[in-house]
Design a protein around this ligand. Structure first.
Ligand SMILES: Cc1cc2nc3c(=O)[nH]c(=O)nc-3n(C[C@H](O)[C@H](O)[C@H](O)COP(=O)(O)O)c2cc1C
Length: 332
């Protein structure tokens, strides 16, 4: 089986997804980078280049290895983008917006590789035409916001067929937790995998301890649009089916978080925020209040996560597990 190799100059083709808002901080990203994989910081959803610069520099005190920054294009980002290019971070990950030739050209001039996460064949086509360096294909299985409608098993090979001849590596995201998912993605023609929920349940992630516990304990998710409708309209997401969610999963379409009571507070990228009922912000380590009533994003693979691990262990298990699996089952 081909594809067993590092990508984009990294030792391995394993990507730790940027986890918003403020879940994948310097400690997680550095731990992933030190393990030879691709760690990605998450930029704030508002212009805050000085704060972002601090995050990047703090990460650099924890690792000599390259890493990335993720920017959600649906939010104000021009100054943050400028900061990523000035800091010459190895990877610029983009999501939920138009990846223009202009962004790609500017990034390449700064020596930064552009890796968008997309959710459809058409979006992959546009990204490839813009000249990106790799493409993360997000399947409907994914935790957090979900941009497409299709599952990975058919979408990945179609996009591989589209971009392989241009030398653009494809990275599969959604429901992948262990070496079986990793090897399955390689079989589909992907050269890498991107994991969100698995890296959320690590010692280094900023997810609230109660959220990590739920990821370990719970096995079911649902695709919904109940949370964050006012702040980020038209952005469906996959969440844990917590008791709070099950009670409100049929929330009338004209309801949203804007006029709801405050149930807690979080510090997100250094800024204190009120958390209202139905807000789209997952609890992080600073969050106080009614944590169990807050949104908890998770992918379909959550039932395969049974422990909170150091992030390096996640990478090690994927690499070693995949090598053994390929050797035992796919070589004669
Ligand atoms: C808590 C959480 C936050 C996320 N935040 C972002 C984000 O800010 N930007 C982004 O591109 N993707 C984000 N994602 C989606 C991931 O990039 C990725 O598609 C997804 O985690 C893959 O599915 P998995 O969770 O089953 O591994 C998030 C996912 C989770 C679980």
């Amino acid at each position: 089986m081909g594809g067993w190799k590092g990508i984009l100059g990294f030792e391995y083709g394993i990507v730790q997804a940027p986890l918003g808002p403020d879940i994948s901080g310097p400690e997680l990203v550095a731990a992933v980078a030190n393990a030879g994989a691709i760690g990605i910081l998450r930029a704030p959803d508002w212009e805050s280049p000085d704060y972002l610069r601090e995050l990047i520099r703090k990460t650099r005190t924890l690792t000599d290895k390259p890493f990335g920054v993720g920017i959600v294009l649906a939010f104000p980002h021009k100054e943050n983008l400028k900061c990523v290019l000035e800091e010459k971070v190895a990877i610029l990950q983009l999501y939920w917006g138009q990846v223009t030739k202009d962004i790609v050209t500017q990034s390449h001039q700064a020596g930064v590789k552009v890796v968008p996460q997309i959710g459809s064949f058409e979006e992959a086509q546009r990204a490839a035409d813009a000249g990106v360096d790799a493409i993360i294909v997000q399947g409907h299985e994914a935790g957090g916001h979900v941009i497409g409608q299709e599952a990975l098993i058919a979408l990945v090979p179609r996009i591989v067929d589209l971009v392989a001849s241009r030398g653009i590596p494809v990275i599969a995201a959604g429901g992948i937790v262990d070496e079986r998912g990793y090897v399955a993605a390689l079989a589909l023609g992907a050269q890498g995998v991107c994991l969100g929920t698995r890296f959320l349940a690590t010692e280094e992630s900023y997810a609230h301890p109660m959220y990590k516990k739920k990821v370990v304990e719970m096995n079911k998710t649902e695709y919904t649009d109940v949370y964050g409708r006012a702040r980020w309209p038209g952005a469906p997401h996959r969440v844990l089916t917590t008791p709070f969610f099950m009670k409100w999963r049929n929330l009338p379409t004209d309801e949203n978080e804007a006029n709801q009571p405050i149930i807690g507070h979080s510090t997100i990228h250094g800024t204190e925020k009120d958390i209202r009922v139905f807000a789209g912000t997952v609890p992080n380590k600073t969050t106080t209040g009614d944590i169990e009533s807050m949104v908890m994003y998770a992918g379909e693979g959550v039932g395969l996560i049974n422990d909170i691990l150091p992030a390096a262990q996640v990478v090690k298990r994927l690499v070693e597990g995949a090598q053994i699996l390929i050797q035992q089952n796919f070589t004669s």
